[in-house]
Write a protein that binds this ligand. Structure first.
Ligand code: NDP
Ligand code: F7E
Length: 322
């Protein structure tokens, strides 16, 4: 489809599945900012996307023209390795129900969100899109990755069998306002912000992080991610998933230092090597994204600083929510 044909109609019904989450929330804010007048979103307490009949009823009633599939069972390295059944089964059900209902009820365009963990554990770095299915997965998140790979295949199958311009994006590790700051279930950046800020507030002399601190990770601010998603919906129409990242990575030890500086913690850091490191490096090759015409804007120091600010403003309500 041409760029003109891909332009999003701001009055058409647009369903953001997972609109209260980190990514869905940022996409919702971005759509509101662009003046979209017909946004659809329901919390899981009102529409459990694992329930196939309920999902089909929702689509029959609202018939969304556009869908971003940002609802998923999501978590950090420990949650993924402790609950593989949930990460496999919930995600397969959520994405299959949403895509089947969207297909039946005439959704014109759908963006499926996968993750950089779909690529082989020892993929050549930076990781190109065509390294998918060329090697073994990282065991701490293989169940989640298999569900995400099935989602990419479903998008490609819909394109092939029905000719719909649906697409997939593969984000690198994300962070920002609205993240999950739970101590055991979260990803590394929110976990570090909470740990270092609590240590600063209590006057603790040291903190202990997980693993060796040697793995390398790439981080993208979620507002950049939301902008990239909408950009891709308006400028990309191809079967291959598109990597979304900054093209730059750092060691977890360096990230921890940045967070310590951002919150003003001056004590010591130690490492609990009984916790898993996960994949040694996960840096996306973003050549394709750049060729399509999009590049990240928010620098890591700036993004961490604004996320610390958001965390401090919201920490009380986060505690109440558990
Ligand atoms: N965060 C990251 O670092 C990365 C995320 N991604 C991908 O981006 C997408 C969004 O992730 P993120 O925003 O971080 O995740 P969050 O955990 O922040 O949000 C997930 C959202 O999914 C919804 N959800 C979960 N289960 C159900 C269900 N059964 N029925 C209805 N809604 C459900 C939740 O709804 P509610 O709040 O109402 O319960 C929530 O809004 C996912 O596909 C994830 O794999 C990819 C790479 C990195
Ligand atoms: C987005 C991505 O997220 C997960 O993969 P991951 O990249 O390994 O993500 P993570 O953020 O949990 O850890 C990154 C690194 O950081 C180290 N680390 C230190 N201290 C803490 C800490 O306190 N918490 C956490 N979570 N990690 C810590 C940790 O040991 C690891 O070396 C998968 O769910 C995967 O499925 C996925 O998609």
């Amino acid at each position: 489809m041409s760029d003109a044909a891909l332009a999003l109609d701001i009055d058409a019904p647009f369903y953001v599945a997972g609109h209260r989450g980190l990514v869905g929330g940022a996409i919702w804010r971005a759509l509101e900012g662009r003046g979209h007048s017909n946004l659809l979103g329901l919390p899981s307490s009102e529409l459990d996307l694992k329930e196939r009949d309920d999902v089909f009823d929702f689509f029959a009633t609202h018939r969304p023209t556009y869908v971003v599939l940002a609802a998923a069972k999501v978590g950090g390295i420990l949650a993924n390795s402790t609950y593989p059944v949930d990460f496999l089964s919930d995600n397969l059900r959520i994405q299959t129900n949403v895509m089947d209902a969207a297909l039946l009820h005439g959704t014109e365009r759908l963006l499926f969100l996968g993750s950089s963990c779909i690529y082989p554990k020892f993929a050549a770095q930076p990781i190109r899109e065509d390294s998918l299915l060329t090697g073994h997965l990282e065991p701490t998140n293989d169940a989640y990755a298999i569900a995400k790979i099935a989602g990419i295949l479903q998008v490609q199958a819909v394109r092939r069998q029905y000719g719909k311009p649906w697409i997939s994006a593969m984000p690198t590790n994300l962070y920002g306002p609205g993240d999950n700051f739970s101590t055991t279930g979260s990803h590394v950046l929110p976990a570090l912000i909470r740990r270092y800020d609590e240590a600063r507030a209590s006057g603790a002399e040291s903190v202990t992080n997980w693993g060796t601190g040697k793995p390398r990770r790439e981080f993208l601010h979620v507002d950049d991610m939301a902008a990239a998603c909408l950009y891709l919906m308006e400028h990309y129409d191809g079967p291959e998933q598109v990597n979304v990242g900054t093209g730059r990575d750092a060691t977890i030890r360096e990230i921890a230092q940045l967070v310590a500086e951002a919150v003003g913690f001056e004590g010591q850091t130690s490492w609990d090597t009984s916790k898993p490191d996960g994949t040694p490096q996960k840096l996306l090759d973003v050549t394709k994204l750049h060729e399509i015409g999009w590049d990240a804007r928010i620098g890591l120091r700036e993004g961490i600083a604004s996320t610390v600010e958001w965390y401090r403003e919201n920490v009380d309500s986060l505690r109440e929510a558990g």
